[in-house]
Ligand binder design. Sequence first.
Ligand code: PMP
Length: 365
Amino acid sequence: MTDAIRPQPGILEIALYEGGASHVAGISDAIKLSSNENPFGPSPQAKAAFLRAVHNLHRYPSTDHAALREAIGEVHGLDPARIICGAGSDEVLLLLCQAYAGPGDEVIHTEHGFLMYPIAARSVGATPVRVAERERRVDPEAILAAVTERTRIVFVANPNNPTGTMIGPAEVERLADALPQGVLLVLDGAYAEYVEGFDGGAALATGRGNVVMTRTFSKIYGLGGLRIGWGYGPRAVIDVLNRIRNPFNLSHAQLDAAEAAVRDQDHVAECRAENARLRAWLAEALARHGVPCDPSMANFVLARFADQQEAAACDAFLQSQGLIVRRVAGYGLPHCLRITVGDESACRRVAHAIGQFREQGGTGR
Ligand code: PMP
């Protein structure tokens, strides 16, 4: 390789995104609680649609995703013309950066926000700007204070990952109101379905020219392995994103499974209820063992330890017990472990193991 072959500015500054681990050496039946996956999996109807897609493997899929957008529009009461579908919401986040930010521009994300925001910003040569949170909660005032004439996009996940905390509708609205018109506010609703009655920011995106909402089929819909997400925003923004989107970015299997999944809202409601019940149980069990969590609105809890050392020791102990959780030092939370709310037996196992760890003096020995 010669030095003459150089990537675009910003790309070599990207720290590679690492997904949650899924294996522990020497343990064959490890339980994965590191990627916020739905332990109950997708709707049976989504699985059936996926299987049926095998008959269409020789055909190119639709380029406009009309049937899926129609279904999403019906279920959420949104205009399908204002919806764009992508290979995970990651693709939509990236399209937003490609379309609206570039060298010299700033993209705001929050202190403990999703790592794909700075990655997407850097990939287009823009400068990610990290804004402090307040006690692991997004701080709209701090975001507004960080806006400059170079700011193009503000990313806010609500609920946030990996903290699980949320800001209320009045705070989001104030942020949308106070941002300059030329700044796009992206409300990332990857975990919105876990919050009963929450629209993920849809109403705000309906009424404003500079608000986009992103959603995913990877979390409550249990389709993370299939890669489907969507965005909803002003018609003009969606038109722009469609110009740079790969025409065949979603396969038949993705489109058909997602359509069946979104139409099965009973499955979503069941998963939401079970998650809320097990999340409360898990948080309480951890608190009893002296490990506090912020009140989480998502499908994971952020367990706080005394320091980085204790978090690392607990992580190692959990791994020895075949339990894989997520270290979140890369999110500015070295003293924390993010634990996905699994099924009942997984929750019991992880709570029991953390209890054992604490009884042994926080060393795991
Ligand atoms: N936003 C947030 C806040 C997330 O946690 C994730 C997944 N970890 C995503 C977006 C992207 O999800 P996907 O690309 O699977 O839709």
